[in-house]
Design a binder for this molecule. Structure first.
Ligand code: 16G
Ligand code: MG
Length: 559
């Protein structure tokens, strides 16, 4: 047998070059890493070894899946600039399969190069990975200053696999662009779109033009880019659509140290329920009909807002987007005569416990089925796949709309009986091209919102008028051990510590239209308390009572 055909010999070489490469990225002592809701995320200077090891796992996964392309994104989204993170993207453009998260965690926590090599070898055997198979990796980073050093660590890991690995470097781009390119690369039918950032922008722009028809030009839209990578994506998109939708970028200082996500961006606006100070002081939202939106640091979250009567801040968050979009799609299905009979297609919504009670009530009252799932895009995405057309949004602005493959075929083969029906079907198909089918994209969602507003002939106030949010409050409680708080029923109830849920229920009963729940954060070392009620004073009192219950259960106070 020749050396080339001798797997053990090849593997010995691979493991020895893995050892030398890994030595350059030792694991920091005393840190325990965990692949959480959005991958690994912490201070950037702790991450080189984690990125190195995440890249190893990505290669294993690609080899396991017959060389399908796997994505690696270096970003920490809305976190402060000194943080960074890494997450893996599966072949269909979705989040890494949950059963592999533990493998990522295991590799990240190996204390030495030797233990890394041994864990890598065990995983390869256990997961039935043939190391001699080819692999394919696509990677990108956001604009964080720590990005280039982490990309070096990533390349260090990929270099171990030499010629047997296909690598595409997307350089600096948004998270949703990476997800799109991974999905398009693996799309055997070749119909999803060109697997490049330009291909994506062109696909979206084309669908946007179909949907807009002769509508427009629209009033300029102000877009707060969180001083992050969304500014670059927005500029590229703008070239294609500016004649119909003029876009005015705000907070697009990607080169300014410390500016990323600072006092701006979707997370700031949603959490503070206020304008970014730079926008407030500019006075631009006092113009007639002015509306604005904010992206987060990697452009996968979107919230809108405007000033009511040119004064009062009004937030149009993920719930407001979901409701408007679900109703629009339902109306298109009605126009296409696809809501009854054998051909009927159902639009459903997926929310989390954070969805404002008014939005759920609105959808239920109009016969749109709503499912509630735990926090995190992966849960929403999977639940949305169970509908013909699944609209999923977290209140914080993460979300998208999924069209099932059979829905696409049904729309493509439908026989319209009137020009109106034909038009509705054409628009539904265009929506499936406009909306990112891999993951929520702030830029794609922004075009979606603008399309719906244009079709309805609405401005922000008419959109806002659909329903009134119940007053709500989100508090953060730092506790000694957040993992003692275990949830059930899609995070709406606590199963542990025993008895605490009953006390929360008592507190909820004391206020009108009250609702409250407690869950450990998946991204920070704290417990989150959410409350809503009919009036602001009631919600404040409920949130504070439940926080006290959490502190007491943690042994932080005596009662
Ligand atoms: C992550 C999730 C987001 C979720 C948030 C909750 C993804 C891509 N991102 O950012 O969906 O809303 O975590 O954070 O899944 P928390 O667990 O700290 O409340
Ligand atoms: Mg994000």
């Amino acid at each position: 047998m020749s050396a080339a055909a001798d797997p053990p010999h090849q593997h010995a070489e691979l493991l020895s070059s893995l050892g030398s490469a890994a030595d350059k990225y030792p694991k920091p002592e005393g840190v325990v890493f965990s692949y959480g809701t959005a991958g690994f995320r912490t201070l950037a200077n702790r991450l080189p070894s984690v990125v190195f090891r995440a890249a190893l796992l990505a290669v294993l996964r690609s080899k396991r899946l017959e060389g399908a392309a796997i994505g690696i994104m270096i970003t920490a989204s809305h976190n402060p600039e000194p943080d960074n993170g890494v997450k893996l993207v599966d072949p269909a453009g979705e989040m890494l399969d949950q059963s592999w998260e533990a493998h990522a965690t295991a590799l990240a926590n190996c204390p030495s190069t030797d233990s890394l090599i041994s864990t890598f070898t065990t995983l390869a055997a256990h997961l039935h990975v043939d190391l001699s198979k080819p692999a394919s990796i696509i990677y990108a980073r956001d604009t964080r200053p720590s990005g280039p050093a982490l990309i070096e660590a990533l390349r260090g890991a990929l270099s171990v696999f030499k010629g047997n690995l296909k690598v595409v470097d997307l350089d600096v781009t948004t998270t949703p662009v990476l997800h799109y390119v991974v999905k398009a690369t693996n799309d055997k039918s070749g119909t999803y779109g060109a697997p490049t950032e330009d291909g994506y922008m062109e696909k979206m722009a084309e669908a946007f033009k179909v949907l807009m028809g002769s509508r427009g030009p629209l009033q300029p839209l102000f877009v707060d880019c969180a001083n992050g990578v969304g500014a670059l994506g927005l500029a590229k998109l703008s070239k294609h659509i500016a004649s119909t939708l003029p876009l005015t970028p705000l907070n697009d200082a990607i080169g300014t140290a410390g500016a990323l996500n600072s006092q701006c961006g979707a997370d700031f606006v949603k959490t503070k329920q206020a304008l970014p100070p730079s926008i407030a002081s500019s006075g631009i939202l006092a113009q007639d009909g002015a509306r604005a939106c904010s992206l987060d640091g990697d452009a996968d979250r979107l919230v809108y807002y405007y000033l009511q009567d040119k004064k009062k801040f009004r937030l149009l968050d993920g719930d407001k987007i979901a409701v408007m979009v679900a109703m629009f799609i339902r109306d298109l299905l009605k126009k296409a005569k696809l809501v009854e009979g054998d051909d009927a297609l159902e639009v459903g919504a997926v929310q989390t416990a954070y969805a404002n009670g008014s939005s759920t009530k609105y959808l239920n009252a109009r016969g749109v089925p709503v499912r509630c799932v735990p926090t995190g895009v992966k849960y929403l995405h999977h639940a949305a796949q169970n509908f013909d057309i699944g609209v999923y949004f977290e209140a914080n602005g993460h979300g998208t709309v999924l069209f099932s493959p059979s829905t696409i075929s049904a729309l493509q083969s439908a026989t319209p009986h009137s020009p109106d029906e034909a038009n509705a079907i054409k628009n539904l198909l265009a929506l499936s091209n406009l909306i990112n089918q891999a993951v929520g994209d702030a830029l794609s969602d922004m075009l979606l919102v603008e399309v719906v507003l244009a079709h309805r002939g609405w401005g922000a106030p008419e959109w806002d008028a659909g329903y009134e949010d119940l007053p709500n409050r989100l508090l953060k409680v730092e506790v000694p051990d957040r993992m003692m708080f275990q949830t059930t029923d899609a995070e709406r109830k606590l199963s542990h510590p025993a008895g605490l849920q009953d006390l929360i229920d008592d507190a909820v009963r004391k206020v009108d239209m009250g609702r409250s729940f407690v869950r450990p954060s998946g991204t920070e070392d704290c417990v989150r308390v959410y409350a809503e009620a009919k009036t602001s004073p009631e919600v404040e009192s409920l949130a504070s009572n439940v926080s006290d219950l959490v502190k007491h259960a943690s042994g932080m106070t005596s009662q």
